[in-house]
Write a protein that binds this ligand. Structure first.
Ligand SMILES: C[S@@+](CC[C@H](N)C(=O)[O-])C[C@H]1O[C@@H](n2cnc3c(N)ncnc32)[C@H](O)[C@@H]1O
Length: 386
């Protein structure tokens, strides 16, 4: 069946999402097309150029093909096609966030007002003395100005608004669904298929940002207490207001996932979506150890990511998958995808036999009541505490 091409009109609006005018929508549509093009035809062209031009030159010089992604990266560095593609891809992110920040800035006061719900169903816990982890502070993650935590005014929500409307939806060309919750619905689908009796009562979503992939857990298990945790106050304020406007009773809390305030053995399910790759190696060790500590016996830790490099024999495929590390202000992407998460989990107390690493289909929500399998798949890293 032919895939329908998403446009910005498909973005799932809610009570706190920034309003946009015609020209802003047109720009978002252009950016979605650009991301699609860079990811499909133009992206695939890199393989042709590598095989037809770069690799033969490398073989001529070294008497062998590049042996790993690092050699591929150095070999393509000066090739005009790779330079052109890379510049466009970086400019796409920088332009997206620049345009988006204009949209958010012009209505920031209104958004801040709207983010103060009258009688909330859920909770927002902020910590005015919170210290941003050192490894986060120096980077504008994937060129998002100020990353997820910078505040420039009282009760700031700008980072949340930027990531929600323009950021995630446009960058992923709508592939995660109108509400950007395709990650969580993929996890729920995976669990229902593989562990139909799993019925968690207390759930922690680590690195939740604006709660895109936190709210679906309340939808799947309405009696559960669901908590979204992040380091960034502006994304959490936005997450809370977004959840309220969508009628969802969850708690958002400002804490470091490496060492939380929760008791030992107090959660049934500790999870994350697209989170570990934005933390340092040391943080990944701490986050997995903390997950083990706060899980009840019988509980599950599950992280959703892209697969580790070692799953791919082809150095060029590894290079493509590593591009963001060196060009997209994602410094932890490569180191994290080089890690053996199972070994880290075993160090933390999990048993090897209780760890599963496999691919799960991407469930793309097409509209809020109609979920279908979409293009793509996720790497699931799951560990049961037994
Ligand atoms: C790519 S975003 C995650 C996206 C989100 N899970 C989703 O599904 O939309 C990474 C998030 O991790 C948060 N983060 C980074 N280090 C953290 C830490 N040590 N503890 C908690 N959150 C952290 C960042 O603030 C950011 O919001």
């Amino acid at each position: 069946m032919e895939q329908q091409v998403a446009t910005f009109s498909g973005f799932g609006r809610h009570g706190i999402s920034p309003e946009t005018v015609h020209d802003e929508d047109a720009r978002s549509n252009f950016m979605m097309d650009l991301y699609r093009h860079l990811g499909s035809q133009a992206g695939a062209g890199r393989r042709d150029v590598f095989e037809g031009r770069v690799k033969p030159a490398f073989v001529k010089e070294h008497g062998r093909a590049p042996k790993d992604r690092h050699e591929v990266r150095k070999a393509v560095k000066d090739d005009p096609y790779f330079q052109f593609w890379g510049h466009l891809r970086v400019l796409a992110n920088q332009t997206l966030f620049y345009e988006n920040s204009q949209t958010v800035e012009r209505q920031l006061d209104t958004l801040i007002d709207k983010a103060k719900p009258g009688k909330p169903k859920g909770k927002l816990e902020l910590d005015s003395n919170f210290e941003i982890p050192k490894y986060q502070a120096p980077f504008d993650m994937h060129w998002m100005p100020g990353s997820f935590f910078t505040e420039t005014t009282k009760d700031d929500v700008a980072a949340g608004a930027m990531y929600d409307s323009g950021g995630l939806y446009v960058m992923t060309s709508g592939n995660l669904g109108p509400l950007g919750d395709g990650g969580a619905y993929s996890v729920i689908n995976y669990l229902r298929e593989n562990y139909p009796d799993f019925n968690p009562k207390r759930i922690l979503d680590q690195g939740c940002t604006v709660g895109h992939n936190t709210l679906p857990f309340k939808d799947a298990w309405p009696d559960a207490e669901v908590i979204g945790l992040d380091i960034g106050a502006p994304v959490l304020r936005y997450a809370h207001a977004r959840a309220e406007s969508l009628g969802c009773d969850v708690t958002f809390t400002q804490q470091n996932a490496e060492h939380t305030k929760y008791d030992d053995e107090s959660f049934d399910f500790v999870t994350s979506t697209m989170f570990l790759h934005e933390t340092s190696r040391k943080a990944v060790h701490n986050i997995i150890a903390e997950g083990y500590r706060i899980l009840k016996p019988g509980g599950l830790m599950l992280h959703l990511e892209q697969p580790p490099f070692r799953w791919f024999d082809d150095p060029f495929e590894q290079f493509v998958r590593d591009w963001d590390t060196h060009n997209n202000n994602e410094p932890f992407w490569g180191p994290m995808h080089d890690m053996d998460l199972a070994a880290v989990a075993v160090e933390s107390g999990f048993k090897r036999k209780d760890i599963v690493e496999e691919m799960a289909p991407l469930i793309k929500p097409t509209k809020t009541d109609n979920y279908a399998e979409g293009p793509g798949a996720w790497y699931v890293f799951a560990a049961w505490k037994r």
